[in-house]
Design a binder for this molecule. Structure first.
Ligand code: ZN
Ligand code: ZN
Length: 392
């Protein structure tokens, strides 16, 4: 089959590789009909995420048709059309049973690597996202092996197009969780969203669906701000105005009631031995890189929520905790518990409350992936979201 392959830092290619096969009785094989490039894939491209190996298949946002199931798979059948969450969960461990699927104890066979890098803690495994997250082959390919097939894949039984349901795999639930965990008081609360990338776009629209009186989106890329405006959000270009002043003025002086940081910082670490050095370097770098989080804390109204779908990976320096404490802020964060949201968000799509395909700016074939990774990275050509057809 054809697949998008990590060939080294800043080197991505399309190669012909062996088709995946069932390895465990709980696996399924999915023939992929659509797959997307995610902002977090760019951290693999530029080599910031350690433990990538030449030949790894990329991609964690994909959907398609079940073509083979292991003998212990009970819910899925050959021919089912499914979307597959980007994170893997076993469904039976304590975090999974409590709905914290992204913190699954059992889906990352390489958890010791992650624990060494991230201070003794590992989340669950991820598709196509390095060996510290399990070394699972990704879905920017024609076929993929899907472990825990009765837990993750979610059947699509309506006739919605791929483009309308594909983002249930990651960015729609990620934006939605970020808004949901703000505890928005409908008709009253103002929600600010830092970062107008795909997740920020979905966070803004989710905040609207949850009843926010006003949503304010902050970025510096004009076409991304325009996309947020099209949904009815107010926007602030932080290169043109002072963000904190603008947010105060827009909210009668109190600040947004909740703030979503859809920016995050780069994932952290380059090997256990280099950890201490890396932390010190990061501490300096993070002075710039946590700008969004610092603004979030400084702008948020008293008693508000700072919700962080943006990824943080290590230690953070110079965070205004005094301001957070004085205002009594609530911090919510973490990887998305995607599995929770597939059903409820599919219902919203079916009800016509949202059509997630609004975010797509580029459609291409798998062969064009290497070129489109660069277009997306460089934000060229108004690129916000790329969808690939593996059979085009
Ligand atoms: Zn993603
Ligand atoms: Zn689990």
């Amino acid at each position: 089959m054809k697949a998008v392959i990590w060939q080294g830092t800043n080197k991505i290619g399309v190669e012909t590789v062996p088709d995946p096969t069932l390895l465990l009785p709980t696996d399924a094989i999915v023939k992929i009909s659509s797959t997307a490039i995610c902002g977090s894939d760019l951290h693999l491209l530029d080599g910031r995420i350690p433990s990538m190996e030449k030949g790894d298949i990329l991609g964690h946002e994909f959907m398609g048709e079940v073509v083979e199931v292991g003998r212990d798979v009970k819910k899925l059948k050959v021919g089912d059309r499914v979307v597959v969450p980007f994170n893997l969960a076993c469904g039976v461990c304590d975090p999974c049973k409590r709905g914290f699927f992204s913190a699954c104890d059992n889906s990352n066979p390489n958890h010791r690597m992650a624990e060494a890098l991230y201070g003794g803690v590992s989340g669950g495994g991820l598709f196509g996202y390095s060996h510290i997250y399990g070394g699972y082959a990704g879905g920017q390919a024609q076929y993929v092996r899907v472990p825990f097939a009765d837990v993750g894949p979610f059947k699509i039984e309506s006739d919605l197009r791929d483009e309308q349901v594909l983002f249930l795999t990651d960015i729609f639930p990620t934006g939605y969780q970020a808004a949901e965990q703000c505890g928005i008081m409908a008709g009253r609360d103002v929600v600010a969203v830092f970062g107008a990338g795909p997740v920020g776009q979905f966070a803004a629209r989710s905040a609207q669906m949850l009843g926010a009186a006003q949503v304010i989106v902050i970025d510096r890329v004009p076409e991304r701000l325009k996309m947020a405006e099209a949904a009815g959000a107010m926007t602030i270009n932080y290169e043109q105005e002072d963000v904190l002043t603008a947010l105060r003025e827009a909210t009668g002086g109190r600040g947004p009631d909740h703030v979503i940081d859809a920016v995050g910082m780069e994932a952290h670490g380059h090997g256990p031995g280099a950890l201490l050095d890396e932390l010190q370097v990061k501490a300096k770098i993070s002075f710039d890189r946590i700008t969004a989080l610092r603004w979030a804390i400084m702008s948020c109204a008293k008693g508000g929520t700072v919700s962080m779908p943006g990824v943080y990976g290590g230690l953070i320096d110079k965070l205004p905790m005094g301001a957070a404490f004085a205002k009594g802020l609530i911090f919510r964060m973490g990887q998305t518990h995607t599995h929770r949201y597939l059903g409820p968000l599919l219902s919203r799509i079916e009800a016509g409350e949202i059509d997630p395909s609004f975010v797509i700016t580029h459609r291409a074939t798998l062969d064009q992936a290497p070129e489109l990774y660069k277009t997306f990275r460089d934000k060229h050509d108004g690129c916000i979201k790329v969808v690939l057809n593996p059979w085009g």
